[in-house]
Write a protein that binds this ligand. Structure first.
Ligand code: UDX
Length: 462
């Protein structure tokens, strides 16, 4: 394949690990660095530590071959030409991004620079971060001609991260240096020029060479803003449809029909118009807040984003209100909870609305039997098992003797339940579906009182 570039990826979280194995998959040599020795050992042993499609396969294929793992950032820097920084940028108490990990990594890279290096921001960072990284490296005595800082944001979604990496809608490279931009172009050439998709048996099996991913070259600052603006816009779309769903509920209309009608307009598009219990995850809540903070620090109000956040919080309260109105009182009620992850196909519970909702229901005096296909291990750390909070092996055990069943995560299997079996095991045939996994009429026919989001409730005929 194309030119092999020596790459270091700093941080082995979702973004770092997926990027590391995918860079190997398109032909590069990668060293992945993490300061957590336990993590490095696990990865060396082939344990991905996170639930992500295709990741075990790729890690198995390349670990200790084209991808190695280490805690030694200095050595990794010396042996690489391009260093991707994919460490966490968590939300600080003031709402903006905490960049202390990025700063520490930049300082450590500076101490080991032994030739021209390109340092790439892969983590989501606010505009101007590239300038700070540059300043930190220069302050550590490195000549400014010995390095460039580039922004190459990642748009992967958890659950489909590997596919998103290898089949991106676009690749954004923000660089103020032609030399650095050329190196990044070479790294992605197997995707943008299509050689990767012609390879026998490549991982996702998608061989569409007709529509190759475009590479967009921008200034560094524009690329930083593209990432924040994209995530904020997607969150806005979700809050918008949730607000519309609430109007539909009051008007006895059907938000699925409304979303379909809106989405057929090419200017709006059908995606990210699924109503629910609000967005969660490790990106949207923190990025919306950080982007708003960026605007505020510039003296520019961005109240639209404050409203996006308010609607998102309100959506959880509205769901609790629905549960209350179907059950009358909450104290002492036994609830089956399906789903704890912030969305389907992941074990991630960071900022999961499902966890928030269960916490509220427990505080209201309910008892909960919860099931999630992948996230129960992580959920137990946030919601410890106890007399009122049980974790069970499948949806039917959760439903056993329950006063109501709540669907909180859009795992595909929650849309394919054996309804007759479920109905038999429940005390009352009540389902409150926060993810619109079923058609209301079909649920009424199956004998359920069914409440969902933005659609009329349905009740059994008899
Ligand atoms: C997101 C972005 O999609 C990705 O581009 C970025 O790099 C990281 O953040 P992710 O957090 O993995 O990815 O999940 P995503 O699929 O975008 O869903 C985020 C949240 O929004 C979830 O809680 C999901 O349930 C919710 N959502 C999504 C909706 O409620 N409705 C929708 O229509 C879409």
């Amino acid at each position: 394949m194309a030119q092999n570039v020596r790459i270091a990826v700093v941080g082995s979280g979702y973004v770092g690990l997926v990027a590391a194995v995918c860079f190997a998959e398109i032909g590069h040599s990668v060293v992945c660095v993490d300061n957590d020795e336990r993590k490095v050992k696990a990865l060396q042993g082939g344990d991905t530590l996170i639930h992500e499609n295709h990741l075990p396969e790729l890690l198995g294929k390349y670990r200790n071959g084209r991808v190695t793992f280490t805690t030694d950032l200095g050595e990794a820097t010396k042996n690489s030409d391009v260093i991707f920084v994919a460490v966490g940028t968590p939300q600080s108490e003031t709402g903006d991004a905490d960049l202390s990990y990025v700063e520490a990594v930049a300082a450590e890279i500076a101490r080991s620079i032994n030739g021209y290096k390109v340092i790439v921001e892969k983590s989501t960072v606010p505009v101007y971060t590239n300038e700070w990284i540059r300043r930190v490296i220069e302050r550590n005595g490195v000549d400014k001609h010995l390095f460039d800082v580039v922004s190459n944001p990642e748009f992967l979604r958890e659950g489909t991260a590997v596919e998103d990496f290898l089949h991106p809608d676009r690749i954004v490279v923000g660089s103020d240096s032609p030399r650095a931009a050329e190196l990044l172009r070479a790294i992605y050439a197997p995707l943008t020029e299509g050689a990767y998709y012609k390879q026998e048996g490549h991982i996702t099996g998608i061989c569409n060479t007709e529509e190759l991913p475009p590479i967009l070259l921008t200034s560094t600052k524009s690329a930083e803003i593209i990432k924040h603006a994209s995530n904020a816009f997607l969150a806005l779309k979700i809050s918008f449809i949730n607000a519309v769903a609430n109007i539909c509920e009051e008007a006895d209309a059907n938000v699925e029909q409304v979303a379909k009608g809106m989405g057929l307009d090419a200017r709006i598009g059908p995606r990210f118009l699924r109503p629910g219990i609000g967005y969660g995850g490790s990106c949207f809540p923190k990025d919306v807040s950080a982007f708003r903070s960026v605007a505020e620090q510039m003296g520019l109000g961005f109240n639209l984003l404050a409203e996006v956040e308010r609607i998102n919080e309100q959506q959880k309260k509205r769901f609790i209100a629905k549960v209350r109105s179907t059950l009358w009182t909450l104290r002492g009620k036994k609830l089956a909870v399906l789903g704890l992850a912030f969305k389907g196909d992941t074990d991630d519970i960071r900022e999961s609305p499902a966890i928030d909702l269960v916490q509220t229901l427990l505080a209201e005096g309910c008892s909960v039997a919860a099931f999630d296909p992948a996230a129960m291990g992580r959920a137990k750390l946030e919601l410890p098992e106890g007399p009122n909070c049980k974790y069970v092996c499948d949806p039917y055990e959760a439903a056993n003797d329950a006063d109501a069943l709540l669907i909180l995560t859009d795992w595909a299997e929650f849309g394919q339940l054996d309804l007759a079996r479920l109905n038999k095991s429940m005390r009352y045939s009540i389902i409150v579906d926060g993810r619109n996994m079923y058609e209301p009429e079909a649920m009424a026919e199956a004998g359920f009182h069914y409440t969902s989001v933005g659609r009329p409730s349905a009740h059994p005929a008899h």
